[in-house]
Design a binder for this molecule. Structure first.
Ligand SMILES: NC(=O)c1ccc[n+]([C@@H]2O[C@H](COP(=O)([O-])OP(=O)(O)OC[C@H]3O[C@@H](n4cnc5c(N)ncnc54)[C@H](OP(=O)(O)O)[C@@H]3O)[C@@H](O)[C@H]2O)c1
Length: 328
């Protein structure tokens, strides 16, 4: 299948590299608001054509799939244009800013008989899938602490007065949308939808959260999610069961899974993965769904993304974090 991209930052470079590695998507060309950038980016990745109009990209019969890596607040509008043109769309996390955008875009995908995916790479990795399979070994889950606490170089600039999109409500930014979405998606994929959720943000001057603590209430345990772009942590995320504890090295780049028995306290390695670019896994998964028209798996992923968007929208609104997307 032939691939085009939206967004010209490093994450799109990574996605194209992963697409090449997977052998499932062939890069054809890039869209950018600037013709110079669109051309340079396309040439850098040895594509054939470039676009400065999303409508032209949407109607180009050579393109099958479009990867969207623009600021969060743009995903909804851009995805609608591309779906309308009959393209499969792989949209970066967080897929949409709210449920209204989510429902509208998935309805459009259905009408056009194409697929729409959220690129949330952590849950597609083999180590995460192994964790899910091994989870019953822990016995009754009693708590979980999943986190993504990653100091952002863009925060240094923020402190000098330069506001990157990710710190702006205008582009549906903030720590929960940008980083919390990884551990939250992992929690929903592992434990299902929580009975209740509450968020305690640490807000920045722009009104979005620079960090925060999200509490997910489940039957018999609480899952605590910490996310931050204004501090840093090296410690693993943990799931605590009565029989033992699972530890993963990260909530976004999951490459190591360890287990500690509650009685012996012995730590053993269960799985590890040396892959440099884990976007390969999501690409393979999405390509399989499209090629095999695997509707069951498609619906499972859609339900998961929908639950994550629902929780994030509810808790941020409870805290007065409102995006322009909510008011449209
Ligand atoms: N999966 C991952 O590991 C991962 C990592 C990082 C980011 N992401 C996600 O990828 C997306 C992009 O993140 P990012 O940090 O790359 O964002 P960004 O740097 O703010 O913008 C990405 C691209 O969007 C375009 N853009 C920037 N400002 C825009 C505006 N005001 N209006 C329209 N287009 C604009 C630019 O492309 P042009 O100038 O060429 O138009 C830019 O290259 C986000 O949804 C983020 O959550 C995912």
């Amino acid at each position: 299948m032939k691939l085009a991209t939206v967004g010209t930052s490093w994450i799109t470079d990574s996605f194209i590299e992963a697409a090449k590695k997977s052998g499932r998507l062939t890069f054809e060309g890039a869209y950018s608001r600037s013709e110079e950038k669109a051309r340079a980016f396309t040439e850098k990745h040895k594509g054939e054509k470039w676009f400065v109009s999303l409508e032209d990209l949407a109607s180009d019969s050579d393109i099958d799939v479009v990867y969207v890596a623009s600021p969060n607040g743009m995903h909804g509008r851009q995805a609608e244009i591309l779906l309308n043109g009959g393209k499969h769309v792989i949209c970066e996390k967080p897929i949409f800013a709210n449920l209204k955008e989510f429902k509208s875009a998935f309805k459009r995908a259905e009408e056009k008989n194409v697929f729409l995916f959220e690129a949330i790479r952590n849950i597609q990795t083999p180590v995460f899938k192994r964790l899910k399979k091994e989870l019953p070994k822990a016995g009754r889950i009693r708590s979980a602490l999943l986190h993504l606490i990653q100091y952002s170089s863009r925060y240094d600039k923020f402190l000098t007065g330069e506001v990157a999109n990710v710190f702006s409500p205008k582009f549906a930014g903030g720590a929960l949308e940008d980083l919390g979405v990884y551990p939250l998606s992992a929690a929903v994929a592992l434990f299902g939808a929580p009975d209740d959720a509450a968020y305690y943000p640490v807000k920045l001057s722009t009104g979005v959260d620079g960090s925060g603590t999200l509490i997910l209430k489940y039957d018999g345990f609480v899952c605590t999610i910490l996310c931050s772009k204004i501090a840093h942590s090296q410690s693993p995320s943990e799931i605590h069961g009565e029989k033992g504890t699972f530890m993963i090295n990260s909530s976004s780049n999951i490459s190591r899974l360890e287990w500690m028995d509650s009685h012996t306290r012995k730590v053993e390695s269960i799985d590890s993965d040396e892959t440099e670019n884990d976007m390969v896994y999501e690409i393979e998964h999405f390509a399989n769904i499209i090629e095999n028209r695997d509707i069951d798996e498609y619906r499972r992923l859609k339900k998961l993304s929908s639950e994550v968007v629902r929780i994030m929208e509810n808790v941020r609104k409870q805290n007065g974090i409102i995006f322009p997307n909510d008011e449209k």
